[in-house]
Design a protein around this ligand. Structure first.
Ligand code: AMP
Length: 446
């Protein structure tokens, strides 16, 4: 096992959180110099042993927040399962497990089992039989293991529900409740979720004991570090637009999101034919193909990953410079999840969404729902047009909608423009397929 070489310099913020020297040494090796907001908030609360509901997304550093707590709490001389972490996808299970292994590097004898569907049940059974202090797993496989009698949760002291809203979306709620009921009532329960739909609140009130709550959702996706824009493009022009974007941006590492698995495959082949090397990731691929795709992209062997939402959920790949939404997400919450794949760990990122005129309304509603403003971008768009477009968007809102915080900056911009004597021409046209062309045609005639 590893020997701890730990030199005490100036007390770091992590040390001030009261962490053990083994954890601090590992965190330092992982390259973390200061705690993220969720770590700063959650670690002291968790140390008190109370339940916690945290609204936080992937990218916030939530894994280390609960991972550090769990690793520090494990009794290494007791071989029973003392913590279980439920996650929605296999990819997230592997990722969470790897992060915890790194944190536990200097805890000799620490063991963790990662169990998920689509991989050999016998191998995972053997791992569990050898004994694991911590289990990270997807609900279906965890239940399998409980039913086979190889996983016993009666000694669990900490239960984590990670990406709870995603587990809800994927239909895992009954399984999750079944698993919770196998654990002792005295356990400490932690729930992490990017959003808090009623079902999640109900789950928390049913199974949690006066939980503390923290919300770092706005810090979670470092929105200010992501240069977001959208481009309105006709459906039949989407592919050409995508190629132009790739040629112009020359992304070093880019994830392209599609709505369907079918389109992910299709787009992958078309791009390959056009000389854009890529690899496809979606839920219909075998586990080994998915692992290979993630591996190749992570190692930067291919610059483009074409993915669907569920497959890419929770992917933590550093150095992603671009996220391109070839299709707008069906679930508004996925927008933040998608763009959060870039601008990881303090880096900057670019997120571009292709929106057809027919999707414009849904896209605007999505921005309102998630409280994010995305600016429009157009090749060769002149300044006056940008203002006109902004004004037009503003006029499309009802009076009530106009005064949401989300639109405030546009109102301010308009006022500033008026003060400078600009004339704002009201726009009444909607984004019909030909509306844009007509407007330009009219302008041209003038
Ligand atoms: P998560 O939200 O858990 O998916 O974490 C997002 C990424 O941030 C992971 O790559 C972590 O390894 C990284 N990370 C977590 N905590 C810190 C920290 N304090 N400083 C820098 N990076 C961190």
């Amino acid at each position: 096992m590893y020997e701890l070489k730990y030199e005490k310099n100036e007390a770091s913020e992590f040390e001030r959180l009261g962490l053990k020297k083994e954890s601090i040494a590992a965190i330092k090796e992982m390259g973390f110099s200061t705690p993220t907001p969720i770590q700063r908030d959650a670690i002291p609360i968790l140390a008190q042993g109370v339940d916690l509901v945290a609204q936080a997304q992937t990218g916030s550093g939530k894994t280390a927040a609960f991972g550090i707590h769990i690793v520090e709490k494990i009794k290494l001389n007791d071989q029973s399962v003392q913590a279980i972490i439920l996650v929605p996808t296999r990819e997230l299970a592997v990722q969470v497990s790897n992060e915890i292994k790194k944190i536990a590097k200097y805890y000799n004898g620490f063991s963790i089992a990662t169990i998920y569907g689509g991989a050999s049940i016998n191998v995972q059974t053997d791992i569990l039989k050898k004994g694991a202090h911590v289990v990270v797993g997807t609900p279906g496989r965890v239940i399998d293991m409980i039913k086979r009698g190889v996983l016993k949760l009666n000694k669990v002291e900490t239960l984590v529900l990670d990406e709870a809203d995603r587990m809800l979306d994927m239909g895992f709620m009954d399984d999750v409740e079944f698993i919770i009921e196998q654990t002792p009532r005295t356990r400490q329960t932690l729930l992490f979720s990017a959003t808090m739909p009623d079902e999640i609140k109900r789950l928390a009130s049913k199974y949690m004991n006066h939980p503390e709550s923290i919300n770092v959702s706005t810090d979670a996706v470092p929105i200010d570090k992501i240069n977001q824009s959208y481009i309105v493009v006709d459906k039949k022009e989407k592919l050409n637009a995508l190629i132009r974007i790739l040629d112009k941006e020359k992304p070093r590492l880019c994830i392209i999101f599609t709505k369907t698995k079918f389109w992910a495959d299709r787009l992958g082949s078309i791009l390959a034919r056009k000389g854009k090397r890529n690899i496809v990731l979606h839920g219909d691929l075998s586990q080994s193909k998915r692992d290979k795709a993630i591996g190749m992209f992570k190692q930067k062997h291919v610059p483009i990953l074409v993915a669907t939402d569920i497959a890419a959920r929770g992917l933590d790949i550093s150095g992603v410079t671009h996220v391109i939404n070839y299709d707008i997400p069906m679930d508004p919450n996925n927008y933040a999840h998608r763009i959060g794949r870039t601008a990881r760990a303090g880096k900057e990122g670019r997120a571009i969404t292709l929106v057809t005129p027919e999707e414009m309304h849904d896209f605007k509603m999505m921005q309102r729902n998630v409280g994010i403003f995305v600016k429009e971008e157009r090749e060769g768009m002149i300044e006056a047009d940008k203002e006109a477009e902004a004004e037009k968007e503003y006029d499309e809102y009802s009076l009530e909608e106009k005064f949401t915080a989300f639109d405030l900056h546009r109102i301010k911009k308009e006022e500033a423009g008026r003060r400078q004597g600009h004339h704002y021409k009201p726009h009444v046209q909607s984004h019909t397929r030909y509306g844009r062309k007509k407007r330009f045609a009219k302008k041209g005639k003038k």
